[in-house]
Design a binder for this molecule. Sequence first.
Ligand code: ZN
Length: 244
Amino acid sequence: MNRPLVAILSGAGISTDSGIPDYRGPNGLWRKDPEAEKLVTYEYYMGDPEIRRRAWQMRRESGALRAEPNAAHRSVAELERSGVPVRVITQNVDGLHQLAGMPARKVLELHGTARTVVCTGCHAKTPMEDALARVDAGEGDPACLTCGGILKPATVMFGERLDPVVLGQAAAIAKACQVFIAVGSSLQVQPAAGLAGVAADHGVRLVVVNAQPTPYDDRAEEVVREPIGVALPALLRRLGAESG
Ligand code: ZN
């Protein structure tokens, strides 16, 4: 018997135990502070060097690169290592699933990654760490060392399109999996909401793990409200035992 494919859709809630606040969700920090939102809005970022200088300072001070995976991230990687086919679709840009041990090729980052910097001119990708080191050394708005273009994080800013290839892969996984677990996502913004809908429409066993109610709770086979750091490891151990 083939072991069931488990899809994990993760949102900001899985990373709060790692000290990363919800910046982007419907009630996220960025939405509540229009000045902060400008720093992550493509049009303002590209058009104003002062916005870019402030954005680099924000990245430097956030310490996001120093965040470590927590028990929930580790439990996903453990399930994968146990031989169960697992795919992660994440709304997060923190790279913590991979740091916990998930193979990068099994993680789809819907909003990109904050661990990489991309040049808006030549599209060269370089580590965020290197760019932040240049900011530490006194460059206010480090430019691409290859072409002089404006550098930005490899994240999808407000006003930018999501990668259609990544979106297509995520939709294919939502259709093909046998279990779809939405963790720490309000399921109120696209594409996360749509993916949960696709899974439910295809008769996939839907599980929601989130502190607050989501619009998909009534379509879920199981809704878990307990803290993610405890609830997800328990849920995945049970799932691993079932399919073992
Ligand atoms: Zn360049």
